[in-house]
Design a protein around this ligand. Structure first.
Ligand code: ADP
Ligand code: MG
Length: 647
């Protein structure tokens, strides 16, 4: 190190403080050096620079002859992985991983095969007296044990240079003594050991003591004369060695991916409550979008089906009966002709109605009788299902023929006889049944409409009701959009002809259009509610993920200190975010479909939309990625020391 400087602050209004003020220092392989100084003198800052966890603000740092300032993030990660092993005062173990996994971590980033690193980690831990504690997580270990785990981690990749920052600072004297004995052993085995401490007593164990005060070196005992070359004493600890970089072969990538998946699964499992909350947000959001849109589309479709079934182009004209306000009239067949002549009118059919008693054999059945013209099917969009409807001849000749509704068939022909061609009595007049009307009840309409017998208008007027005033006139129009205008025209035309305003038009078009509109509004509202629940779910996910970022930032610092490259970190967090969100998304889709299926059983019209399913799923995954992955990306771009010190 030559004239190395480090200052903090100087931006965002923070005063610039120079913590290291020109450190010039030469350290050699195999030395056991202690750097002593009081608290705040800059020891940790110096160690972070030595270990390439932080970048100096000035001066030069040559590592093995190479200027560290010229290295990019990946090269620094490689250096940390191959050359350094860190032992921190606060241990810095990853809380979700076991002792064994913590120790293995540097080897993962060095691309060591799983079996090799497993046996090496087990060997190291066993030699450090933790053979019984391999599967324990850090919080299940004492401070001394945790520090021994972190020493094992420092040695995992060979640990040519062990940097120990106040390794005994948080330990009781016995555990501290054990840790110091380990450092002694390592130094004896040929490792370069740099021990940082405020305790002169501890520093005395080293062969070279450098004192630092206010960012300057104030004394240096120098290299012990008898020291070089270090004689590798027989030691239970491995001798320093180097490992290779993780190769980017497909197999290595696959193994890394597997490792990332395992770590992601571990994090999810350890924080299962938190993961559950995240998943809940996603599941509810996705499922509600799917269900609500399916219900909305389903009921809209049901209304549309009704419209096409009954025809949106229908209206009914009737005269208002006598009332206190004036003499009400009866519609006449001349009125029907007037209506028929209006330009937008396609069909105008007079209809006369009243109850009749239908009889067959000894069965009497009171039903709705009606006289209609051959326009019946056209005007009412009501086809004949069996047999035929009567024709113009029947109408002209006052033929005693009838077409019956489904309920009348059920009542009179309960024995299963085909009604077509049979004779029935209507108010004691014999009629031949020509056909059976399509059942409205079965087609989504009202079953009560099927309680009906239709005969030619002329026959009804002459034989059944004794009058030829239509009860109402059914009108079908050409252009549905002009239905309201046509209705007004009908009222005007009839008022002019009848010299009295006693006619009312019941315009179904309007009501059906209004219903369709209501339905659209409802679908929109359901969609909005679904979107809101997706949003709220997303915010929940965001909250949970942001809450964990601080803790994870420290973990990212630890991983980088043990040699992870930025892309190792990114890969892991990406895998984690994808795993959580895809799990949640899939669960949401499945639950949404199940709820939808349950609604179908309950006879709620439901139509699933692929767009909604895919859209909701993508939204969920996107939210998870943005809030799970982006903070990790930000953290990975930090210097390791900044990530490490985040609390
Ligand atoms: P030591 O380890 O010797 O106790 P440090 O190296 O941790 O001391 O810190 C030296 C000085 O640098 C302290 O005065 C501390 O306040 C300051 N310092 C350390 N880290 C930062 C930082 N990230 N930002 C600003 N000041 C810092
Ligand atoms: Mg310190």
């Amino acid at each position: 190190m030559h004239d190395l400087r480090k200052s903090y602050g100087g931006h965002d209004g923070a005063p610039a403080v120079e913590v290291l003020r020109g450190i010039t220092l030469e350290l050699h392989a195999g030395e056991f050096v202690a750097i002593v100084g009081s608290s705040g003198s800059g020891k940790s800052t110096l160690m972070n620079l030595l270990g390439c966890l932080d970048r100096p603000s000035g001066g030069r740092y040559l590592f093995a002859g190479q200027d560290v300032a010229g290295m990019d993030a990946d090269a620094l990660a490689r250096l940390r992985r191959e050359a350094f092993g860190f032992v921190f005062q606060g241990y810095h173990l990853i809380s979700t991983e076991s002792a064994q996994e913590n120790v293995e971590m540097p080897a993962i980033y060095a691309g060591v095969s799983p079996t090799d690193r497993e046996s090496r980690a087990r060997g190291l831990l066993t030699r450090l007296g933790l053979g019984e504690r391999l599967g324990h997580r850090p919080h299940q270990l004492s401070g001394g044990q945790q520090q021994r785990v972190s020493i094992a981690r420092a040695l995992m990749n060979g640990g040519r240079i062990v940097l120990a920052d106040e390794p005994t600072g948080a330990l009781d004297s016995r555990s501290g003594e054990e840790v110091m004995a380990l450092l002694d052993e390592m130094a004896a085995a040929g490792h370069t050991v740099i021990l940082i401490t405020h305790d002169r007593e501890v520093a005395r164990r080293a062969r070279r003591v450098i004192e630092i005060r206010d960012g300057c070196i104030v004394s240096d005992s120098g290299r012990a004369p008898a020291e070089a070359p270090p004689e590798p004493a027989p030691s239970p600890l491995p001798s320093p060695s180097t490992t290779t970089d993780a190769a980017d072969t497909p197999r290595a990538l696959l193994s890394e991916l597997h490792e990332a998946l395992r770590a992601a699964w571990r994090v999810m499992w350890v924080h299962r409550f938190r993961t559950g909350l995240t998943l809940l947000g996603i599941v509810i959001g996705v499922a509600s979008v799917i269900v609500m849109l399916a219900v909305g589309t389903g009921s809209q479709e049901a209304v549309m089906k009704q419209i096409s079934l009954f025809g949106a182009d229908k209206m009914y004209v009737a005269a208002i009966p006598d009332s206190a306000r004036g003499r009400g009239g009866k519609l006449t067949l001349a009125d029907v002709d007037t209506i028929r002549r209006l330009p937008n009118v396609r069909v105008a059919m007079p209809y006369i109605e009243g109850f009749v008693i239908a009889r067959r054999g000894n069965v009497d059945h009171r039903t709705e009788g009606g006289g209609a013209t051959t326009d019946f099917e056209q005007a009412l969009k009501w086809p004949t299902a069996r047999g035929i409807f009567f024709d113009e001849n029947d109408e002209q000749s006052l033929a005693k023929v009838a077409v019956i509704g489904e309920r009348v068939q059920a009542a009179l022909f309960a024995d299963g006889t085909d009604p077509v061609g049979q004779r029935i009595l209507l108010d004691n007049v014999p009629f031949d049944v020509l056909g059976v009307l399509a059942a409205k009840g079965a087609g989504g309409g009202q079953a009560s409409e099927d309680e009906r017998v239709i005969v030619p208008f002329s026959t009804a007027a002459a034989r059944l009701y004794g009058s030829n005033y239509p009860t109402w006139v059914a009108v079908a129009v050409h252009d549905v959009d002009k239905a309201s205008e046509t209705a007004a025209e009908i009222v005007e035309a009839l008022a002019a002809q009848r010299h009295v305003r006693d006619v009312q038009v019941f315009n179904q078009t309007e009501s059906i259009k209004a219903r369709a509109q209501t339905q659209r509004t409802m679908t929109l509202m359901l969609g909005l509610i679904a979107a809101v629940s997706l949003l709220v779910g997303g915010i929940g996910v965001m909250n949970v993920m942001l809450m964990t970022v601080r803790e994870r930032t420290r973990e990212i610092g630890i991983r980088m200190a043990t040699g992870a490259r930025q892309r190792d970190i990114l890969r892991q967090f990406l895998v984690e975010a994808v795993l959580v969100t895809v799990t949640g998304g899939v669960a949401g889709v499945v639950i949404g479909l199940l709820v939808g299926a349950a609604l179908i059983v309950w006879n709620v019209p439901v139509i699933f939309s692929l767009t909604a399913i895919v859209g909701a799923f993508c939204c969920a995954v996107l939210t998870g990625l943005v809030f799970g992955f982006m903070p990790a990306r930000k953290a990975a771009a930090l210097d390791p020391v900044a990530a490490l010190s985040s609390e």
